[in-house]
Design a protein around this ligand. Structure first.
Ligand code: PHB
Length: 370
């Protein structure tokens, strides 16, 4: 493994990552009342501190931005204090952690919304296959999404201000970076995609207009905490949450161009393969690479071997692992030692306690021979 690129160090902004194995953001729905991060979450993230970088589970920037029960927030003082336990636990174990900033937009139900209002979106178009999760008798239960109402320009500006405050809160909570969740059919992606954005004002229509919301968020994050602390997650050609974007590649290249000018910390691409979608062509990967000169993280059903290959090919700098990280807190050590991986158990992915969360076995430490 001595010639492994995946296991070699990488300078990401002012962070020296000991390896290029990234923990992908994973919704686990174990926050306490008030959507406050807790000690169990601190233990879970600290177990994963050997990752080059941990990206936290998606965390709502406001009550309106929530669509699933028990996902953590980053808007209240109690949530900031809760996250401080998490970031301290990770840092004490020598790790680094970014927070993923989340607004679900239309992927929500009135029960989560202030005053039981419909959820919000660029346009009033329902996500037919979208799902929201509520807590019923202690169990996370799938519920349908509600038809959203279209945001006014003033409301769009207020949401951008919520993102800004969330980034400031994230710094107070001790995070090393923030990642804007602009992937997987949540609010920024609903503005980017052709089927979910039917607006006729400056936030809809052309590629430039559909990208405006995402770039205005990025600009306010940069203004608040600095470009070197801001990353973004995109999912070009992803179809999760009923996204059908007829201009997905062109939009991705336009965003890469714009983000390149802003010199943000990284672009994180969630590939359609994460959800059994069609793999990208090498041509598209090369175009992205040529357009964005900063670090690129890729994610989507990668194995150690595939991750090594994509970095060797020069098409990505870092690779994020999702499901393998659910079951293997010590994924980096397992890669280093070519050890077998534990298999994740889907029934414990969302909600519950330490079962299927912090109780997957870790490798025994290597003992030095006398
Ligand atoms: C999920 O809870 O299934 C989920 C959350 C955020 C994502 C993708 C999936 O970006």
């Amino acid at each position: 493994m001595s010639n492994s690129k995946l296991l070699s160090s990488f300078q990401l902004s002012d962070l020296k990552l000991p390896n290029r194995v990234i923990m992908a953001p994973l919704t686990r729905s174990r926050a306490s009342t008030g959507d406050v991060p807790n000690q169990l979450m601190a233990q879970y993230y600290a177990q994963r501190a050997s990752a080059g970088l941990i990206i936290s589970e998606a965390s709502q920037i406001s009550p309106q931005g929530q669509g699933y029960a028990c996902t953590p927030g980053i808007y209240s003082q109690a949530q900031i204090t809760g996250w401080q336990q998490v970031t301290q636990a990770v840092h004490q174990k020598g790790g680094r952690i970014a927070i993923q900033l989340w607004h679900v937009g239309r992927i929500s139900n009135r029960i989560f919304q202030p005053d039981s209002q419909p959820p919000v979106a660029p346009s009033a178009i329902k996500a037919e296959s979208g799902r929201s999760y509520n807590l019923q008798q202690g169990q996370l239960t799938r519920i349908s999404t509600d038809t959203p109402r279209a945001l006014s320009i003033e409301e769009i500006q207020a949401i951008i201000a919520n993102y800004r405050q969330a980034a400031i809160n994230a710094m107070e909570a001790g995070f090393d970076l923030v990642e804007l969740h602009a992937a997987n059919g949540y609010l920024p992606d609903q503005f980017l995609a052709t089927n979910t954005n039917q607006r006729s004002d400056e936030y809809g229509g052309s590629i430039t207009n559909r990208a405006r919301f995402t770039l205005e968020i990025i600009d306010t994050l940069i203004d608040a905490i600095g470009a070197q602390k801001v990353g973004i997650r995109l999912s070009p050609k992803g179809e999760f949450n009923d996204i059908v974007d007829t201009e997905a590649e062109a939009m991705a290249i336009y965003l890469a161009e714009q983000l390149n000018k802003r010199q943000i910390a990284y672009i994180h691409i969630n590939e359609p393969t994460w959800n059994n979608g069609v793999p990208y062509s090498d041509k598209f990967r090369q175009q992205l690479r040529q357009t964005f000169n900063g670090p690129i993280i890729v994610c989507g059903a990668y194995t150690q071997t595939k991750a090594e290959q994509i970095i060797q090919q020069g098409l990505a700098d870092l690779v994020a692992f999702g499901r393998p990280y659910i079951a293997n807190g010590d994924l980096v050590e397992r890669f280093q030692r070519q050890a077998e991986l534990n298999t994740p158990e889907p029934e414990t992915f969302y909600g519950g306690d330490e079962k299927g969360y912090t109780d997957y076995p870790l490798l025994e430490p290597v003992t030095e021979l006398a």
